[in-house]
Design a protein. Structure first.
Ligand SMILES: CC(C)(COP(=O)(O)OP(=O)(O)OC[C@H]1O[C@@H](n2cnc3c(N)ncnc32)[C@H](O)[C@@H]1OP(=O)(O)O)[C@@H](O)C(=O)NCCC(=O)NCCS
Length: 151
């Protein structure tokens, strides 16, 4: 498996990979626009074809994981971990010392991925996600402090 940087020219591939994880994927134009912002970066995982993506935003010494998705037929094989590790390494090399993200309290796979990577709960946002069934889900805010000298 290969993890490679993705720029605005990869907006279609990013949108298609985002659809692996979400019913309402962000459109190519949204990815293209986001990736013109300073500090925003994306990675694509390739295993034969594109099988996953991650999008992050780094501001000064913090990086936020905006979204991550892996092909449902290829989950549980370390692709999400590889994307997250590569993104955090990239952010740390660019000067980040802390990472943040939000995740639904009902998202067991993502909670496992982030917990294994060292993220810890730092806050709770009530009724943060509209799940479309009348029952919004709370979000955990999770934080990871990079060990000094890890990059
Ligand atoms: C979350 C997601 C990206 C994980 O991708 P993945 O490629 O399956 O993750 P990995 O195979 O790298 O697994 C990472 C770790 O989480 C664990 N894990 C993954 N899915 C799990 C599940 N459903 N239940 C329990 N643990 C799980 C793995 O065992 C692994 O632990 P390890 O490092 O000790 O082996 C994927 O499930 C996905 O695309 N979900 C839909 C989109 C989504 O919810 N994104 C996150 C929004 S916050």
């Amino acid at each position: 498996m290969k993890v490679r940087p993705a720029g605005p020219e990869d907006a279609v591939a990013l949108s298609q990979a985002h659809a692996f994880g979400f019913d309402s994927p962000w459109r190519p134009a949204e990815f293209a626009a986001l990736l013109t912002n300073p500090g925003v970066f994306a990675l694509l995982a390739q295993l034969g074809c594109d099988c996953g993506m991650i999008l992050c935003r780094a501001v000064v010494d913090e990086v936020e994981v905006l979204t991550i998705a892996v092909d449902s037929g290829r989950r549980g094989k370390g692709i999400g971990r590889a994307l997250l590790t590569a993104a955090m390494n990239h952010a740390q090399a660019a000067g980040a010392v802390t990472a943040f993200l939000e995740v639904g309290v009902d998202n067991a796979a993502a909670l496992a991925l982030y917990g294994r990577a060292g993220f810890r709960r730092t806050g709770l946002r009530k009724n943060y996600y509209d799940r479309g069934d009348g029952e919004p889900a709370d979000a955990l805010v999770m934080r990871l402090d990079f060990p000094a000298g890890r990059a």
